[in-house]
Write a protein that binds this ligand. Structure first.
Ligand code: SAM
Length: 244
């Protein structure tokens, strides 16, 4: 998909300028590609993406791309965050589990819609930073946990929705088991670490799931007991493409 707007906007720490860039981002990158849910669009208009980035890349906060956040990981492209959250079909007030907290940005967007968010991050330094950023923004109903999210977080199950921001070879059985009946699991899945399908699984019964393919995507690997044992050798460094 073509990038919209300036790729390198002028460096500015001015909140008004960031707000204007955020409005343009929603119009040109998200609405223009078909995201329509007003809850998602409002949330994307409100969360300051620049707050989740290292100082040196804040001026790129509203670029149409993922960006490095350290530890060989990325903050997701704004459009993919919006599309994945729209795919969760939230109405407001739900309990949501996110796997792959990264910077904490998507959790902050979810927090504008859902009632309780638990987000799990494998890398301790990222989990700590995400928790600090969310706290600094006064976002109180997100719990950041450090650990292997491929096994979920059974302590607060069942979840109305689960979103996985890293790609696995298959949907983890633990996550399927922690979904409420009627709940949705949105996740990139593929046997190839360089290309995946974004799937939505809806739990229609105790042992029944409906599966829909939503898009072609490319995500960093879900590394854990129910994901990949380790990144493929040619995957060293951040995987940048997300929407394809
Ligand atoms: N949602 C994030 C944001 O808004 O910044 C972006 C997530 S980034 C694309 C994927 C994240 O998944 C990385 O931070 C990575 O460390 C994490 N991850 C990979 N495997 C994981 C696992 N088994 N459990 C928890 N986090 C995992």
């Amino acid at each position: 998909m073509a990038a919209s707007g300036s790729r390198h906007p002028p460096i500015s720490n001015d909140a008004t300028d960031f707000a204007a860039q955020r409005e343009r981002m929603v119009a040109q990158q998200i609405v223009a590609r078909g995201v329509r849910d007003p809850l998602v669009l409002d949330a994307m208009r409100q969360v300051p993406r620049e707050a989740f980035l290292p100082e040196r890349t804040r001026d790129l906060a509203y670029d149409d791309s993922p960006l490095p956040i350290g530890c060989d990981q990325t903050i997701s492209q704004p459009y993919i965050v919006a599309a994945m959250i729209e795919a969760l079909q939230l109405k407001g007030g739900e309990r949501v589990l996110e796997i792959g907290a990264g910077s904490g940005y998507a959790a902050a967007v979810l927090a504008r819609i859902a009632g309780e968010i638990i987000t799990i991050e494998r890398i301790g330094a990222l989990a700590d930073r995400a928790a600090a950023t969310l706290a600094a923004l006064g976002i109180g109903h997100v719990q950041v946990r450090q650990g292997d999210g491929s096994r979920g977080w059974p302590q607060r199950a069942p979840y109305d929705a689960i979103v996985v921001a890293a790609a696995g070879p298959h949907p983890p059985e633990s996550l399927k088991a922690q979904l409420a009946i009627g709940g949705r699991l949105v996740m990139p899945v593929g046997a190839d670490q360089r290309a995946q399908k974004l799937l939505r699984l809806t739990r229609t019964g105790a042992d029944d799931f409906r599966c829909e393919q939503l898009a072609d995507v490319r995500f960093v690997p879900l590394v854990g007991d129910e994901g990949w044992a380790s990144p493929a050798p040619d995957q060293a460094g951040p995987t940048i493409a997300e929407s394809k």
